[in-house]
Design a protein around this ligand. Structure first.
Ligand SMILES: C[S@@+](CC[C@H](N)C(=O)[O-])C[C@H]1O[C@@H](n2cnc3c(N)ncnc32)[C@H](O)[C@@H]1O
Length: 344
C-alpha cells in the first residue's frame, strides 16, 4: 500500500494535498493550510462517454451543450459523433492514433443504430446465484474467444452482439480507456491501476448486468481484433468497467440554476481525482468547466485535514435519500453529517 501511495503522490505532484491511507481506504489530506476559494486540483478525463440520447447535442470533445440544439460539426456524414466547433473536431482528430478511434466510434454508432430494432435485454433467472453465474459466464466467454482468431473478418462482423443503450454507453468509455493505454502517456493513464474496481458488487446487486458486460466484452474483442490484442482480456475489461462504477463522475449540465434540475449527459473518469472521498458536507467543490474538472476549497482547510468532495448532485436531500443515492457507489456513508443525523 505504501509503495502505491508514494507512486500516486509522485504522479499527482500536488502542492496542496497528499494521498494517504485514510479510514476509507485511500483518501486525500491537506499538505498545508488551504484558504477558502483556492483551486486544489484540476484534471481532464482519461475517458468519457456521452449518453446516446445526448450524442447530437453535447460536444464529444469539450461537453459543450447548446440548449438541446444539434451541433454542427460531426465525424462522417450520417453518424452521431458531434462537436461544437471546427476546432474541437480538429483537435479530436489530430490526437495520436485517432484514425483508429474515429473508425471505432463510427462503427459503434452504425452498429448501435442497426441493433436497436432487434435488441432484447437478457433477463437473469431468479433461481440462479449471481456469483456462480458470473464465474460460469466469464469462463464461457474465455472458451468463445479462443475461436475469434480463427474467424474470417466477415464472420467476426456477423458475430457482433446486438447492443442496447447501456452497452453503447459503456463501450465508448471502455474503448476510450483502451485507446489511451495504447497511445497515451498521461498522468491519468498511469494512475488508473491504483483505483478500486467494483464489478462483483454491481453484479450481485444487478445480476442482469452480467449479460450486458459480456456483450461489451464480445463487441470490443471482435471489433478490435488485430488492433489492441494484448490489453483486450476479460480481466482487464472487467477491471475497466468495475473502475467506472465507483470512480467515474457524471457530466452534468453546469448551470447556476437549481442543482437538482440539472441534466446528466454522460460520465467520465479522471483517476487523479478519484482519491477524494465523499462527505455530505464537503470542504471541496467539484465544478466542470468544459471538459476540465476543477476542485476548489469551499472553506479554510487546516494542514492534515481530510479533503472531501460530494459524489452526489445533492440539493437538500434528507439522510435516507442521500444514503440510497450513495449506495450506487457501494458504500455506506460514514461522514460526520450522516453520523450526526443518524444519532438525532
Ligand atoms: C472514488 S473512491 C475514493 C477513494 C477510495 N477511498 C480508494 O481507496 O481508492 C470511492 C470509494 O471510497 C470509499 N468512500 C468514499 N467516501 C466514503 C464515505 N463518506 N464513507 C464510506 N466510504 C467512503 C468507498 O469505498 C467508495 O466506493
Amino acid at each position: 500500500m505504501n509503495e502505491d501511495i508514494d507512486a500516486i503522490n509522485q504522479e499527482i505532484g500536488s502542492v496542496w494535498f497528499r494521498v494517504y491511507p485514510s479510514q476509507y481506504g485511500k483518501g486525500c489530506s491537506a499538505k498545508t493550510r488551504i484558504p477558502c476559494g483556492q483551486i486544489v486540483h484540476s484534471c481532464r478525463p482519461l475517458s468519457s462517454t456521452i449518453y446516446a440520447p445526448y450524442r447530437k447535442e453535447v460536444c464529444f470533445a469539450c461537453f459543450n451543450y447548446e440548449g438541446g440544439k444539434s451541433l454542427k460539426h460531426r465525424l462522417g456524414k450520417k453518424q452521431f459523433v458531434y462537436f461544437c466547433s471546427e476546432s474541437c473536431l480538429n483537435s479530436f482528430q489530430s490526437q495520436q492514433g485517432q484514425e483508429q478511434y474515429v473508425q471505432f466510434l463510427l462503427d459503434l454508432e452504425a452498429h448501435y443504430v442497426k441493433s436497436l430494432k432487434k435488441y432484447q435485454e437478457r433477463e437473469f433467472s431468479a433461481d440462479k446465484n449471481a456469483s456462480d453465474e458470473s464465474r460460469v459466464e466469464w469462463e464461457r466467454i474465455e472458451q468463445w474467444e479462443k475461436k475469434v482468431d480463427q474467424m474470417k473478418p466477415s464472420e467476426r462482423l456477423r458475430s457482433l452482439p446486438d447492443i442496447g443503450e447501456t452497452e453503447y454507453n459503456e463501450i465508448k468509455y471502455v474503448y476510450g480507456v483502451l485507446h489511451q493505454l495504447a497511445y497515451g502517456n498521461s498522468k491519468e493513464m498511469h494512475l488508473l491501476k491504483y483505483l478500486q474496481s467494483n464489478d462483483d458488487d454491481k453484479i450481485s446487486k444487478y445480476p442482469e448486468l452480467l449479460y450486458v458486460y459480456n456483450s461489451i466484452y464480445k463487441y470490443i474483442k471482435l471489433s478490435t481484433h488485430g488492433k489492441l490484442p494484448s490489453i483486450v482480456t476479460t480481466d482487464y475489461i472487467r477491471f475497466i468497467i468495475g473502475v467506472s462504477l465507483c470512480n467515474s463522475f457524471g457530466i452534468w449540465l453546469e448551470s447556476d440554476v437549481n442543482d437538482v434540475d440539472k441534466e446528466l449527459f454522460g460520465f467520465s473518469l479522471c483517476p487523479s481525482a478519484s482519491f477524494f472521498n465523499h462527505s455530505c458536507s464537503p470542504n471541496v467543490k467539484k465544478k466542470r468547466i468544459g471538459s476540465e474538472f476543477v476542485y476548489t476549497a469551499v472553506e479554510d482547510i487546516e494542514p492534515d485535514s481530510d479533503l472531501y468532495i460530494s459524489y452526489g448532485n445533492f440539493g437538500d436531500e434528507d439522510l435516507k435519500t442521500r444514503q440510497s443515492i450513495l449506495s450506487e457507489w457501494f458504500f455506506h456513508c460514514g461522514c460526520t453529517k450522516c453520523a450526526k443525523e443518524t444519532q438525532s
